[in-house]
Design a protein around this ligand. Structure first.
Ligand code: ADP
Length: 190
């Protein structure tokens, strides 16, 4: 079993790469952003709550996100392993994930960050917003707010995973295939 956390700023390419890695390594991909958007689309209570935060570019509160993530893991007891994409994004979430892993006799094998400059990311997100219609990708102020949330709440997790000897990072600029190759090298060396 192999469990990976894909780490990086909004627009770094986590979802794109997770789609390749899940096929290559036969893993279950859990994207908290995708689960929220699915709930928003279907008008669930969770979706309505999440929307109020997501539309501003703020993080959804920890309790809500943690419960949702646990439920997603529990829906897949047969999984060969997981790719966590967009989770954890706060210290409390990282601790909750470790607790969940321990409870299930599992562990996180590696956290791999995709690195790219803010200006490149803003361009990518604005482009994505034109196609996807995602409200949080269409307004530069919201995007900048997401980066602030990242810098303040998520970036400290690099230290959390470094202390556990699990942190790796790869250059997130290049072709999709080149980046998949860089990630695969890290995974092969685990
Ligand atoms: P991106 O990484 O491109 O910002 P995501 O699809 O991962 O996009 O997330 C979109 C939004 O969903 C985030 O800006 C945030 O509001 C919410 N969200 C996703 N994951 C989490 C999380 N782990 N904790 C809190 N909020 C989250």
């Amino acid at each position: 079993m192999i469990n990976l956390v894909l780490f990086g700023k909004p627009g770094a390419g986590k979802g794109t790469q997770a789609n390749f890695l899940k096929e290559k390594y036969n893993l279950k991909h859990i994207s908290t952003g995708d689960v929220f958007r699915y709930n928003i689309k279907n008008g669930t209570e969770l979706g309505t709550l999440a929307k109020s935060y997501i539309d501003k570019g703020d993080l959804v509160p920890d309790e809500v996100t943690i419960d949702m993530l646990k439920a997603e893991v529990e829906k897949n007891p047969e999984a060969n392993g997981f790719i966590f994409d967009g989770f954890p994004r706060t210290n409390a979430q990282a601790e909750a994930l470790d607790e969940l892993m321990t409870e299930k006799n599992m562990k996180i094998h590696a956290t791999i960050a995709l690195e790219a400059d803010d200006e490149v990311l803003i361009k990518r997100l604005l482009e994505r917003g034109k196609v996807s219609g995602r409200s949080d990708d269409q307004d530069e102020n919201k995007i900048r707010n997401r980066f602030e949330e990242y810098n303040e709440k998520t970036a400290p997790l690099m230290q959390y995973y470094k202390e556990q000897g699990k942190f790796h990072s790869v250059n997130g600029i290049g072709s999709i295939e080149e980046i998949t190759e860089r990630l695969s090298k890290v995974i092969a060396a685990l």
